[in-house]
Design a protein. Structure first.
Length: 408
């Protein structure tokens, strides 16, 4: 009987396992994950889940794996991969032979240079365990220092303010959300945080991050010292490529795959946060995405291709973030845009359309309360997929429905 092995029991790995069964695969499936829990959702860890009781929000009820005849191994890490022998070594001493392998090893939070690694007062946020530690200081009378004005840092800052903790947020660059988010949107987000009482500082240079007397101690290059009950390091993530690298697979800002999610080794696929892949709608440019929907879609696609479907990646990138009552949504890739056209949809609600030099829509970013921008972002995504060159005047005119542009 064929044996398909999936390494990494996160969003992507879990989705791939279920997709294999949904697509009729009746061989053996083994899903191996380092974490002690069945696969769970990560986005709530910085949002509503962090404000609540921090129980893991499971992707599927743990018994679903047994019902689907999926062998789920938790608390077990794959420590070796022999691509020629089609075999994987596990931390519990087991060795698994595979016919097809999927690497869905995700990403890990980047550590702050020279800071204590395993500290109660200096943490990053990637796992349920991290969220539990963080949750303990999110209360009135406690002070949280967030290092990095990216999505995770900002979401945690918003949650911390909701729960009554004091928050100082330190960003090294001149503004928050510098990577992939237009200035107008980032400005609105920053102002909102300040209005909520976050001491948000940009252009700050940190000299050192240490721990002393039960506090995190941040020394800035101007000699100011900031103390906090916990410093949350939110300076990005790096793909988990060690296993693939040691096995000799091609690495290029992640495990390098082709447009079918095939790695450089036979019968090994990679998908989700751990891989970089060529995106045809952007001229085959190689990208690595850290996004929930991408992990799901690539898990499903990898499963199809492990079964021989031979389907290319075609999805348009999409990402969302929740902070306070605001939701930010971004579709496409905005770098390379020369025009940024704004469609106002009401007070504090707008969409920016990003066009390249030929007038092609390549990305759209929207912000507003709840779901206010969701529909238009979805339509923008369809326009991007259709490689449309929409009339700029129609994009900015609120009374022109985007749906009509799609029909055109
Ligand atoms: C706090 C937080 C908030 C987020 N919010 C959003 C959001 O609002 N919107 C959005 O689009 N995205 C969000 N994301 C990103 C999204 O959660 C990720 O893109 C998604 O989880 C990636 O799924 P993945 O399966 O590729 O990787 P992961 O979720 O990282 O899962 C990989 C799993 O593989 C395991 N693993 C690694 N190496 C091995 C090994 N050798 N052996 C066995 N197991 C291994 C890891 O322990 C991990 O459990 C957020 C992420 C975080 C951390």
């Amino acid at each position: 009987m064929a044996h398909f092995v999936i390494l990494g029991a996160g969003e992507c790995g879990a989705r791939a396992a279920f997709a294999l069964r949904e697509k009729g695969f009746d061989g053996e499936i083994t899903l191996v994950g380092s974490e002690p829990h069945a696969p769970y959702e990560r986005p709530p860890l910085s949002k509503a889940g962090l404000a609540g009781n921090v129980d893991p929000k499971f992707i599927a009820a743990p018994q679903t794996y047994e019902a689907g005849n999926i062998r789920l191994m938790t608390g077990v890490t794959a420590t070796g991969l022999d691509a020629a022998a089609h075999a994987v070594t596990l931390s519990d001493g087991d060795r698994l032979s595979y016919d097809q392998l999927l690497l869905a090893t995700g990403a890990s939070a980047r550590a702050f240079p020279n800071a204590p690694g395993d500290s109660r007062h200096i943490r990053s946020l990637r796992t349920h365990h991290d969220a539990v530690t963080l949750r303990a200081v999110l209360q009135p009378g406690k002070r949280l220092a967030v290092i990095g004005g990216g999505f995770i840092g900002l979401e945690v800052a918003a949650t911390a303010r909701r729960l009554g903790a004091d928050v100082v947020l330190l960003e090294g660059l001149e503004r928050v959300l510098k990577r992939g988010v237009p200035e107008d949107v980032a400005h609105l987000v920053a102002e909102r945080h300040r209005a909520e009482g976050v001491d948000l500082r940009c252009g700050v240079s940190i000299e050192s991050l240490t721990e002393r007397d039960g506090k995190a101690v941040i020394r800035l290059s101007n000699d100011e010292v900031i103390e906090a009950d916990l410093a949350l390091v939110g300076i990005g993530a790096r793909p988990n490529t060690e296993l693939a690298d040691a096995a000799g697979l091609a690495i290029d800002n992640g495990i390098a795959v082709d447009d079918r999610l095939r790695t450089s080794a036979a019968d090994i696929f990679a998908a989700g946060d751990c891989c970089s892949f060529p995106l045809a709608i952007y001229g085959g440019r190689r990208v690595r995405l850290e996004s929930w929907r991408n992990a799901q879609e690539q898990g499903t696609l990898a499963a199809a291709n492990m079964l021989g479907a031979d389907e290319p990646v075609s999805a348009v990138p999409w990402f969302w973030s929740d902070q306070y009552e605001m939701t930010l949504q971004i579709t496409g890739l905005a770098d390379g845009a020369v025009a940024h056209l704004r469609r106002d949809l009401g007070e504090g609600v707008f969409i920016l359309f990003h066009l390249d030099a030929e007038g092609r829509l390549i990305a759209a970013s929207g912000i507003g309360p709840g779901n206010t921008v969701a529909r238009d972002i979805r339509l923008a995504e369809m326009l991007i997929a259709a490689r449309a060159h929409p009339d700029p005047a129609a994009l900015t005119a609120r009374n022109v429905k985007l749906k009509t542009l799609l029909a055109a």
